[in-house]
Ligand binder design. Sequence first.
Ligand SMILES: C[S@@+](CC[C@H](N)C(=O)[O-])C[C@H]1O[C@@H](n2cnc3c(N)ncnc32)[C@H](O)[C@@H]1O
Length: 244
Amino acid sequence: MEKPTEAFYSDAEHYWAKIPPTVNGMLGGFGYISPVDIQGSKVFLQQLFRSKDPPGKKYALDCGAGIGRISKHLLLNIFQNVDLVEQNPSFLEQAKIYIGPKLLQRVGNFFPEPLQDFKPEDNKYDIIWIQWVLGHLTDTDLINFLEHCKKGLDSNGMIVVKENITSSGEVEVDKEDSSVTRPLHLLKSLFEKAGLECYRQLKQTNFPKELYNVYMFALKPKTVLCEPSLEIHNFNQSLQFAQI
Ligand SMILES: C[S@@+](CC[C@H](N)C(=O)[O-])C[C@H]1O[C@@H](n2cnc3c(N)ncnc32)[C@H](O)[C@@H]1O
């Protein structure tokens, strides 16, 4: 990260403050890809619901939600309730209009907070959806945020990350919106450091060629099968029994 962290965040805040609260604004002028994006996400979620221990359909959290594009077209069609967290309060005001009065009845909370400061309520969410926003967090804050999200999952809950990925294998910096795009290996190592395992991964198809590759990841808390210290203890115990 070239810039000091404070400037990295405040520059992004200033950038988003100038962006119109529209789908086109949220997608950097590529508003027309929204239906294809949502369709790809639906297919991915359906795969997760068909898995062995599927997540529930009660509550989802939309992170870096913008004007609520994903809440409106994806999450509120599947989950009973959805919360939105977004750093720009005027996007959240627009979300109340964009989502529309009927679906709005099932939105629980609008949290006007940056993700680096946000802690989801414990054990609340079946799916925590994080799309096109992790590039605005430093590596350290990204790990911390995912650790907090992990605590926010209900049983069988999953975190879904949908992000741009570089094909250079390097981190690429966007000075205009103050974000980074990470290569696959780095993003996956950050998931690992947050104590998450990548349960399923899918590349988005049918996006324009000039855009970054986009991947979806379903992340679950890592399962610890047996404490190593316990294994040694048991091993010693069985040695003792063998000697008797
Ligand atoms: C590219 S838009 C994506 C919006 C939405 N996820 C979507 O796909 O329609 C990025 C969003 O992240 C928000 N954002 C940027 N930095 C953030 C941060 N540190 N915490 C929370 N939201 C942030 C911006 O205000 C903007 O709404």
